[in-house]
Design a protein around this ligand. Structure first.
Ligand SMILES: [Zn+2]
Length: 266
């Protein structure tokens, strides 16, 4: 499946280049042109990722891998995330691993004075992150990058309940062809519509949850889930029965939780 190698190669190079661009020590790093294909099932599943390709070593040797089970978070004086998401025309692609929406330029968040641009968002089934050992039905990952190439993921857990309207719009455009981005100029969406009203979060240091599992990714997991209907969960599960990496050891990395009042979070 040549397309898969080409696509993953491009993705990995972009991610790796972005992660190492800020670090002079890695300025000479050249990503392999065609990293190995990987899947969510053996023999090329999560337990094997670290052995599939030298550039995936962090999947096996990393100490701050994602996802994790969030428990025992420490309350801390934290700043609210300032969301500045704009409407964008829908650009959606089935990557073969998930459904991904590529976001137009000009949307960002600001945390602790640093601006991170929203690059794309995508979904996992079931959720990758667990809270007190419980996984949710779906998880949304909003992927951001700052000017230094550092990555930050805002994660929203989704559980069975009422229909989720913004998801209804997306699911109506789920692409079946893998690797081909479809653009709908007349369909406008705003990622803000996927967020819970309460913007309290858990935060910790982690990694990409797919190869090359690069670390140095800052995670912000919304404490409150949003609802999606069972039919919406089933519609995604039909394409992606399981695209969640197993939980990784916490290794005492320290998880902090915010506790601002709802009004100050908006
Ligand atoms: Zn993800």
């Amino acid at each position: 499946m040549l397309w898969r190698h080409v696509r993953i190669g491009t993705f990995a190079i972009l991610v790796v280049a972005g992660l190492f661009a800020a670090d002079g020590a890695f300025a000479q790093y050249v990503a392999p042109k065609f990293p190995a294909a990987w899947t969510y099932e053996a023999p090329t599943g999560p337990a094997q990722w670290g052995d599939l390709d030298p550039s995936y070593a962090a999947c096996k040797t990393g100490t701050h891998q994602s996802p994790i089970d969030i428990n025992g978070a420490a309350p801390a004086e934290l700043s609210p995330i300032k969301f500045d998401y704009k409407l964008t025309p829908l650009k959606i692609v089935n990557t073969g691993y998930t459904v991904q929406v590529n976001y137009g330029e000009g949307s960002s968040i600001t945390v602790n004075g640093s601006v991170y641009n929203l690059v794309q968002f995508h979904f996992h089934h079931p959720s990758e992150t667990a809270i007190d050992g419980q996984r949710a039905d779906l998880e949304l990952h909003l992927v951001h990058r700052n000017a230094q190439g550092q990555l930050l993921v805002v994660a929203v857990l989704m559980k069975a309940g009422s229909e989720n309207y913004p998801l209804h719009v997306l699911w109506g455009k789920l692409p079946t062809d893998v690797g081909k981005e479809a653009e709908y100029k007349k369909v406008q969406l705003n990622a803000e519509d996927f967020l819970p009203n309460d913007h309290n979060y858990y935060t910790f240091s982690g990694s990409l949850t797919i190869p090359p599992c690069s670390e140095g990714v800052t995670w912000y997991v919304m404490q409150k889930p949003v609802e999606v209907s069972s039919a919406q969960i089933a519609a995604f599960a039909k394409f992606f029965p399981n695209n969640a990496r197993p939980l990784q050891p916490d290794n005492g990395r320290g998880i902090q939780e915010s506790s601002f009042k709802k009004s100050s979070a908006e």
